[in-house]
Design a protein around this ligand. Sequence first.
Ligand code: 7UC
Ligand code: FE
Length: 295
Amino acid sequence: MRLRPAPGQALGAEVTGFELENASADDLKTLRAGIYEHQLLLLKEQHLDPAGFIALGKALGTIETYYEPMYHHPEHPEIFVSGSKPGENFKGVPQTGKFWHADYSFMPNPFGITMTYPQIVPTTRRGTYYLDMAKAFADLPESLRNTLRGTKVEHSARRYVKIRPSDVYKPMHEVLADIERTTPAVYHPTVFRHPVTGVEVLYVSEAASFGFVDRNGVRLPGEILQEVLERTGQLDPECRDPRIHLQTFVKGDLLIWDNRVLVHRALHNPAPEPAQSYRVTVHDDEPFFGVEDGN
Ligand code: 7UC
Ligand code: FE
C-alpha cells in the first residue's frame, strides 16, 4: 500500500495497492490517519462488492444509515445510492448533492467520514468539488473570525430535501411540515477545533446554514452569513475560487474524506446519462465537534 499527496493539488492523496482483504492493522492505521492529514483520499483500483464496501466502513468506525429510506440500496440499507442504473429493478436518487454542503450537517450528530464509490461513471462532467473550511476560516479577516467564534449556526435540510414518490399530490405545507418534524433545525458550533488535527473549522455551508446566533441567543444580521459564504467561495455557481478542488474519478476509484473539514458539491452531467454511486458514511471514535472554540 502506498499513499502519495496529489501533486500540485490543494488537498488530497492517492492510495494505491490497498486491498481490504489483505490490509494489515498498520495499513488501516495509515488510511485513517491519511483522511485527517490530507482531507481527501482517492483509493485506486478497488473491487469491492456492496458487502465489502460496508466492511471497509466498519473498519473505519460505526456506519450511519441514511435517515430517508428512499436512498437505500435494496439489500444493504447502509449504502446510500445516488443515481440509477438502467435495467435494474432499483433506482437511487438522481442528482444528489448539487450544492455546497457537509453531509448530515442538519442532523444533531453528524459523522466524521464520508466514502463514495462510483459504480457507473459518466463520460463527461462528473466529479465532486471540495473546499477546505479550515483554510477558508484562516483566510477570513480577523474581525470576522472573532465575530463567528462562540456563536452557533442554524443548520436545516429544508432547502434541499427531495420530494419523495409518497409526497406526490400532497399539499406543499404538509410536505414542509413533515421536513421540520423529521429533521428539525439544529444549532451547531459555528467554529470548532478539529478533534484530530486541532485546526479551527468553520462549519458553514450554502445549502444548510441559515444564520448565526450569539451566546445570548441573539440572531446576527443575515448579511454576515452572506459575507461568510461569499468570502469562502460558495456563492459562485461556476466554482472559480482557486481554493476549490475538483476531484474527478474513474471506475475503481473510491473516495474517502474528512466530513468535518471539507464541504463538497457534486458536479453532475445534466444529460440523462446513466450514473450511479454508492455512499457509506461513518462515525469515527472522536466527538464530531472536538473542542468548541469559545473565544
Ligand atoms: O438528495 C440529496 O442531495 C441528499 C442530501 C440532501 N443530503 C445528503 C447528506 O448526507 O447530507
Ligand atoms: Fe454529500
